[in-house]
Write a protein that binds this ligand. Sequence first.
Ligand code: SF4
Length: 275
Amino acid sequence: MNRGRIHLPVSPVCNIRCRFCRRSFNKFENRPGVSAKLLKPENAAALVKKALERCPEITVAGIAGPGDTLATRHAIDTFEIIHREYPRLINCLSTNGLLLEHYAADLSRVGVKTLTVTVNAVDPVILDRICSGIILEGKIYQGIEGADILIEAQKRGIKKAAALDLVIKINIVLIPGVNDKHIPVIAETAAGLGASIINIIPLIPQHEFAGWEAPDCAALGKAREEAERFLPVFRHCQHCRADAIGIPGRGDISSLIYGEEGSPYASVEETFSHG
Ligand code: SF4
């Protein structure tokens, strides 16, 4: 059965700084972190209604950005409304995991069933090469210290979410020469914390990694095989945008939904701060 999904781009800011991430608002790029505009939580239900009228196959409502979904309460507030009005939709959320422990119970309460946590390393020396810093309770932590705080927060968050029976997928951005030899350790750690599946995504070379070599098919295949020793591997990732709508592989209808007169889209934001 083909399952449709609607991604609701309600989360404007992020609380960590991945060196490969260049979030953006535009209509043409097809990758995570990109959205045409930002949606207000109170307008999400109207958008879901329009999308379901056009594409009744939609069974999943997801929030994946464009920033981190737990850096503000917007995602939880949105799911609270969606879960009340469309209880049959399966709610899913992607996060960097920094605040997952804090919000896991809230996510379970508002109907989130599946969770994606991006874990690019479980060794702070490696993570420091991927993430330049984090912001926690208004304070910036950089280098190894920030990486260590993030890793430990992710571990506690994944464990707590698993204890609440959420199905947890781990996303790993595969970066040749940085974390490619570290994949089995991440996979083994994730399995031990209660994750169910792994998704290995090739690096999109941009921002501080602009010009870096993206992994080829052989490198990706090897990483997936190594991860598979510990957890099943998801192989159908399509790098969806944060505002994708429709059935993956059958074209995207987001421009139809967002472009309609009286669209519930809120203000257009050209850019936003990492905090
Ligand atoms: S957590 Fe996501 S949105 Fe935040 S910097 Fe990393 S890739 Fe970008």
